[in-house]
Design a protein around this ligand. Sequence first.
Ligand SMILES: [Mn+2]
Length: 288
Amino acid sequence: MLKNGRNFAVSAWVWNSDPSIDNYAFIFRAAELGFDGVEIPTFDGNLDTGVINNVLESQSKRIFPIVVGGGSPNADLASESESIRINGINYLKKLIQISNEIGSELICGPLYTSVGKTMYLKEKERASVIRKVAASLKIVSSFAEEHGVKIALEPLCRYDTHLINTTEQAMRLIELIDSESVGILLDTFHMNIEERSIRDAVRLSNKLLFHVQVCENDRGAPGTGQIDWELFRDSILEINYNGWISLESFTPLEANFSTMMHAWRKLENTQDELAFKGLKFLKNLLNQ
Ligand SMILES: [Mn+2]
């Protein structure tokens, strides 16, 4: 089912807000714990790709990188300001270049707006913002096609954005962009809040499901909370999903980042324990 040797990934955010902290030690942690891939997040595109490549190459088994991003107040495709939208386009192009440099096949995350920005919009205003977002993503998608990189857009829950909360909304945006390089990222945390049916959401995404992030309803290790994992597994198998299953949780130990991610408490004794417990559960669930 899943691609051979490229099954389970884990986000650097389990340990650090900034993947350059501690000399990319999270890559060593991920490899030691048994993951096949690492999500490398960046909100500003300032990554030392040479160092990342060295660390990836120093592992005894191949560890695949996946670039994760998200808009920020000064680089926001949903902004009213044209210059901020252009910053957003340039930021996403930079993520695509980083992907080429470190060998990531896709860039993913809530790339369509500034993470954490919420505001009320009337229906017409919303449609106009979505059109602007689609126009910018169209430009980025051409660049992605030229560089052989896929883009996966992630719906976020209502507390993190007002724009794209559900799979259905994301699929409509993807249709407007109309590029083979653009698909969707589904994250069980957000789905658990916003979708009426996990199975229907996965079915709707179908061949455009490019990436999957998993964690429990409280952002804890899969298998420790209320998510119906068997249903989730059956749903992704039904559409023959063969991409990554990536564990995403956030360190509660860094003031600014933990506040942004609402990570107020430890969910396990250590972050290693969270990652390892989650991986063990996922391997069992998917018979790997
Ligand atoms: Mn996510």
